[in-house]
Design a protein around this ligand. Structure first.
Ligand SMILES: *[C@@H]1O[C@H](CO)[C@@H](O)[C@H](O)[C@H]1NC(C)=O
Ligand SMILES: *[C@@H]1O[C@H](CO)[C@@H](O)[C@H](O)[C@H]1NC(C)=O
Ligand SMILES: *[C@@H]1O[C@H](CO)[C@@H](O)[C@H](O)[C@H]1NC(C)=O
Ligand SMILES: *[C@@H]1O[C@H](CO)[C@@H](O)[C@H](O)[C@H]1NC(C)=O
Ligand SMILES: *[C@@H]1O[C@H](CO)[C@@H](O)[C@H](O)[C@H]1NC(C)=O
Ligand SMILES: *[C@@H]1O[C@H](CO)[C@@H](O)[C@H](O)[C@H]1NC(C)=O
Ligand SMILES: *[C@@H]1O[C@H](CO)[C@@H](O)[C@H](O)[C@H]1NC(C)=O
Ligand SMILES: *[C@@H]1O[C@H](CO)[C@@H](O)[C@H](O)[C@H]1NC(C)=O
Length: 802
């Protein structure tokens, strides 16, 4: 489809602010959701897709920088990733403030991370879009806001009167130190310099990415305002001095942790008890870091920068409005916060990529596409198609210069591929939904064909492995002989099923580009998942929880199973890698089993493109529904904290039972997805959990990689989504909506006034606008979405339909 017209930037702003006047959605954003119990959310100050992400770093559960636990604050750093399941990303060059040093002796101050760390004041954290603040038990309150490449901190020191009340008050002469470190202590070499007159600190270092290979270099530039410089110098271990103003810490070849080192500035008493610290970052040079900071925050005006950040967030979120009449506040927080987190990453590093010269945009922190293709990118395609198009272009530029599309990428480095070459799905999704904005779709096609046909030497960080077997045998043998490249020879089942879907996504692109031969070829390859289906295999399930009673046969037959080069099937208990049986057994390491981060119970359903074949394969719609319910209802069998589980909430649609999808959505929201700090069942993975939650609450499940949205009733009586490019609004409205969620079953629907019985929509609804009116009731309807012609499409039944 084509966009009818483009709205101007100012029209868009009007649209956004009109929505914002009706309800201030920022009041419902709680960045602290997911900051404990493994969510790993970054809760600090940042702009949508901003490179600068400022927060207090703590020493426990450090992945998002800050966490809602009792960890000590070790500093304030300027770049982060959100929701990562790998190591801790970034957090380079933290600042740390002291009010003064005991006895006014510099060397009685603490410098090293482990020693200077201080408790937060309980209940003092304030987190808002574009703003983060926390008080520390050293009586300093730290606030922060950001522009695209610059963090601005405001440290408020205890005033004279507070200080006097303290028995062991420090002499009031603040020290702010900068540390050549990062969250994961990965620095090899580094350099730091302080201007002893102005107090400007510049520095750089070489660090490691958190879930990938190689290293990256980062630079920073810190300036201070609010107090006169008294003394400035460098520190190493716990000793500081001003006899030199620079320090070079090289790799000492000793394999020891990086030497604690940095620079400091000591100030005279700040006139207003506040010191502002402005820190610019750059991947190019300290010069560029300084220029970024000077250009973006010349005036050190904290209120102005914060306001600009709030405005940026409002305009991103303002394309959606909901009727919130009677809706529980905590559900509203859950909803808006999920949308908010979808705009944290990927991060816009355009103009900051030293790896190659290009006029194309450069986004980074695709962390990882395995996680984000399912809901984050489809949500961005709805809310900010321009940004999604820029991301697609940046992925293609990465392909052009590094040879393969990434599955995961962070800090300018190649990240680990978890399963298939899932950027193929992401590209197909954007292509089928009509994204243009300067995307070179021929190049995109070349990139996905390269994934499908050419195995790279290191397929752990791009492309696919086992391609020879894939082409010859039609599956990834569990004992594959693959001398072509290096990678982890695990996950043969999940790779097979993901490669099948990748090939299906490519087949659709081929079809729509008129490359019919390719379309036929990849459609055929998309059936490969069936080659690992062992119709005879069964699963014993420990449902009794008893040590003595033997596991009971689940009664369901036929699972995806390991399969060898010689064609025979092996056996991996389908419960393996669920909570019932070695939950951690399928991680990305050489001992991982044949299914990635989940069991065969889950993966056997993971055929997003051809449920019409899967359902009879599993015994027909009734058995299929029973089995899917058994998976959801048997405690411990389905873990919903990982992204492959999303599809399983909605597969009931394909069996003509869309009401059950709604039922399970309400089972998990808010029980497993809620607005508490521990309210994410797994890692947020760059907003994957957030985008999934919010889409579900809007009544939509995008079958990412296809032009298909499955429908359930939204959690609000009315939802408007305005496409910022066409200016058209799609409205989903429910008749008989009730806030107690008893009427959660669609009885009938009208699309723009016409009876609509399909349980799914295409993207056209969102680009061209319209009204979908759902009539709800307390019982599952036996007719709506139930007939064959109402079911969402499948490869085997609908592929050639246009
Ligand atoms: C941040 O960068 C984006 C992309 O270049 C730009 O559109 C936006 O205006 C910038 N935001 C601010 C507050 O400068
Ligand atoms: C703090 O005390 C010093 C010295 O007594 C004085 O010069 C300064 O103005 C006071 N600052 C404030 C904010 O009261
Ligand atoms: C740090 O900057 C200096 C120039 O000041 C440069 O020579 C050096 O290569 C840089 N180091 C890193 C790790 O970027
Ligand atoms: C260096 O430290 C000494 C002793 O503390 C101090 O007198 C001097 O002013 C400092 N010099 C600079 C440049 O900070
Ligand atoms: C949705 O948009 C329609 C018209 O475009 C408007 O009448 C309605 O009030 C909006 N609803 C919400 C929840 O914003
Ligand atoms: C069944 O699971 C429970 C925990 O859920 C475990 O304690 C018990 O040992 C298991 N039984 C068998 C036979 O493995
Ligand atoms: C096929 O290969 C597997 C794995 O090497 C082996 O266990 C099995 O016995 C072989 N089957 C036959 C029929 O040779
Ligand atoms: C919120 O979600 C978490 C994570 O899934 C869950 O452990 C917790 O029980 C839920 N809390 C509430 C109050 O529902």
């Amino acid at each position: 489809m084509k966009f009818r017209h483009l709205v101007t930037a100012s029209a868009l702003l009007t649209l956004a602010s009109a929505a914002a006047e009706e309800q201030d959605m920022l009041d419902f954003v709680d960045p602290l959701i997911g900051t404990s119990d493994g969510g790993h959310v970054f809760p600090g100050a940042n702009l949508p897709f901003g490179m600068a992400k400022a927060v207090a770093d703590v020493d426990k559960e450090t992945q998002g920088g800050f966490a809602s636990n009792d960890g000590l604050i070790t500093g304030f750093s300027h770049m982060h990733d959100s929701g990562t399941g790998g190591g801790s990303s970034l957090g380079n060059f933290p600042l740390f403030p002291h009010t003064g040093c005991p006895d006014d002796e510099l060397n009685k101050c603490t410098f090293m991370k482990g020693r200077r760390a201080v408790k937060r004041v309980e209940g003092s954290v304030e987190a808002k879009p574009g703003y983060f603040a926390v008080s520390m038990e050293n009586s300093i309150r730290a606030e922060m806001t950001t522009t695209n490449h610059t963090a601005l901190y405001r440290f408020t020191f205890p005033s004279n009167s507070t200080m006097k009340r303290q028995a062991n008050a420090l002499p009031y002469s603040p020290v702010i130190l900068a540390d050549l470190t990062d969250l994961s202590n990965s620095r090899t070499d580094g350099k730091i310099k302080v201007d002893q007159v102005t107090g400007r600190i510049t520095g750089n270092g070489t660090f490691s990415p958190s879930f990938g290979i190689g290293t990256y270099e980062l630079h920073f530039c810190a300036d201070f305002k609010g107090a006169k410089v008294r003394d400035a110098g460098v520190w190493i271990n716990n000793r500081a001095g001003n006899s030199t103003n620079y320090l070079v810490v090289a790799k000492d070849g000793n394999n020891s942790p990086p030497l604690p080192a940095g620079a400091y500035v000591q100030f005279h008493r700040p006139e207003s008890d506040q010191i502002l610290a402005r820190v610019g970052v750059s991947f190019f040079s300290t010069d560029q870091a300084c220029k970024n900071a000077e250009r973006e925050i010349e005036d050190f005006d904290f209120a102005r920068v914060r306001e600009a950040a709030e405005k940026a967030w409002k305009s991103k979120l303002g394309v959606i409005s909901v009727d919130n009449t009677g809706i529980d506040k905590s559900l509203q927080r859950l909803f808006w916060s999920g949308l908010y987190r979808s705009f944290i990453s990927p991060q816009d590093y355009t103009g900051e990529n030293p790896l190659w010269e290009s006029d194309e945009p450069y986004f980074d922190s695709y962390y990882c596409i395995w996680d984000s293709f399912r809901s984050t990118h489809p949500l961005l395609t709805l809310m900010d198609p321009h940004a999604q198009a820029l991301m697609v272009r940046s992925l293609l530029d990465i392909y052009k210069h590094e040879g393969k599309l990434p599955d995961c990428r962070m800090s300018l480095c190649k990240g680990f591929t978890q399963g298939g070459s899932n950027a193929d799905n992401l590209l197909a999704d954007s292509y089928l939904k009509g994204l243009k904005d300067g995307i070179d779709w021929d190049l995109a096609y070349e990139a996905v064909i390269s994934d499908a046909e050419e195995q790279p030497p290191i397929w752990t960080v791009g492309g696919r492995g086992g391609l020879a077997s894939w082409k010859k045998l039609g599956y990834i043998p569990t004992d594959d002989f693959d001398p072509v490249g290096a990678g982890l020879f695990t996950r043969s089942i999940s790779r097979t099923i993901e490669y099948s879907y990748n090939d299906f996504c490519i087949a659709q692109m081929s079809r729509d580009m008129g490359k019919i031969g390719d379309a036929e070829k990849y459609l055929e390859r998309s059936k490969n998942w069936l080659n690992m289906f062992d119709p005879e295999s069964r699963s014993l399930v420990n449902t009794t929880g008893s040590r003595d009673v033997d596991h009971v046969d689940s009664g369901f037959k036929g699972f995806l199973q390991p399969r060898y080069l010689n064609g025979t099937f092996g056996y991996q208990p389908p419960t393996l890698c669920t909570f019932l049986n070695n939950f951690h057994g399928c991680y990305l390491n050489p001992n991982g089993h044949e299914t990635y981060e989940g069991g065969s119970w889950l993966y056997t359903f993971y055929v997003p493109h051809d449920q019409a074949t899967l359902i009879p394969t599993l015994g027909g719609p009734e058995t299929f529904v029973d089995r899917l319910r058994y998976l959801h209802d048997t405690p411990g069998l389905l873990y919903v904290g990982n992204e492959q589980s999303y599809l399983l909430f909605f597969l009931f649609h394909f069996a003509g039972r869309p009401g059950l999808s709604s039922q399970y959505a309400h089972k998990y929201i808010p029980d497993r997805f809620n607005d508490t700090t521990g309210g994410i069942p797994g890692n947020d993975d760059s907003g994957a959990m957030g985008s999934f939650t919010s889409l579900t609450m809007m009544g939509l499940y995008p079958m990412s990689g296809q032009n298909v949205y499955l429908i359930i009733p939204p959690f609000f009586p009315e939802v408007n989504i305005t496409n910022p490019q066409t200016g058209k609004t799609a409205t989903i409205r429910s008749v008989n909506f009730d806030t107690a969620y008893e009427n959660i079953y669609i009885q009938g629907a009208k699309l723009d006034g016409e009876t609509y019985t399909k349980s799914w929509l295409t993207h056209k609804f969102f680009t061209e606008g319209g009204t979908l009116e759902l009539t709800l009731g307390p019982q599952e309807s036996t007719s709506w979405g139930a007939e064959d012609e109402d079911l969402p499409p499948s490869a085997s039944t609908h592929f050639w339909e246009k």
